[in-house]
Design a protein around this ligand. Structure first.
Ligand code: URA
Length: 246
């Protein structure tokens, strides 16, 4: 069953202006559907990704309708916040996308000094499914460490007994795959605050650099440069849930 919505409300919610602005755009012939100028701003439309190919606004293809998911190659230095001072990940989105209702939000967070794959969506149900502990969506990080690995770390992380400072519940088992003396992949299925940095701190090491390259079974595309975004298709969304537990 597809949801329908009045055109003026849809475009207003997508950041094109107030409802009154949209009505005026329609009067001026700026909204085209299936090759013909829309005459009635109150017409109801089925909401779905196919609208992008069917509708143009001011001569350009419609933005992705509600229900969108995006991958961003988060650069170092950008904060996952709507409000803080300094560079925000939301500044990397097209300006109009920042005016949308429902708003586009990050799926969980990466620290300011972590780079890599960050998902964003305006779909609250999808967001909840990805971060829900019940879904066990794994996240893989490349950690660069201050001190050499000593050989005991993988066992400690896999034990299901490691405690983070100030917490009462041990961490779920996590998978460490050393790459070199001071670099390793770490795959976790939880999303505790600063989890990876605190895990290494808990065993006497220190993370110097952190990069996430995979969420579930979805890899950061090799051709997505830092700061770039890409819309996710249904296959990308399915891949997030295809990774299985670490
Ligand atoms: N763990 C961290 O410590 N930082 C992140 O950004 C993500 C996971």
């Amino acid at each position: 069953m597809s949801t329908t919505m009045r055109l003026d409300r849809l475009l207003a919610n997508m950041g094109y202006g107030s409802r009154r602005d949209v009505q005026q755009m329609v009067r001026h012939g700026c909204v085209v559907l299936d090759g013909a100028e829309v005459k009635n701003a109150e017409m109801r439309l089925p909401i779905g990704p196919d609208l992008v190919a069917r509708m143009q606004v001011n001569g350009a293809a419609l933005d992705p309708p509600p229900g969108m998911a995006i991958m961003l190659h988060k650069p170092l230095g950008a904060t996952c916040s709507h409000k803080e001072a300094g560079a925000l990940v939301y500044d990397l989105l097209p300006a109009r996308w920042r005016l949308r209702d429902p708003a586009v939000s990050t799926v969980g967070r990466l620290d300011k000094e972590t780079s890599g794959l960050l998902l964003l969506t305006d779909d609250g149900g999808l967001l909840h499914r990805i971060i829900s502990p019940k879904k066990h969506v794994s996240k893989r990080y490349l950690a660069t460490l201050a001190r050499p690995l000593e050989g005991h770390e993988a066992g400690q992380f896999a034990s299901g007994e490691l405690m983070l400072e100030g917490e009462e519940k041990p961490l779920l088992p996590a998978k460490l795959e050393p790459l070199s003396e001071r670099q390793a992949w770490l795959t976790i299925t939880e999303g505790r605050y600063h989890q990876v940095r605190r895990m290494f701190a808990a065993i006497g090491n220190h993370v110097e650099a952190l990069h996430r390259d995979r969420v579930g079974g979805l890899d950061l595309p090799a051709d997505l440069a830092p700061g770039e975004i890409r819309l996710m298709g249904p296959d990308d969304v399915a891949a997030v849930f295809a990774g299985g537990p670490a």
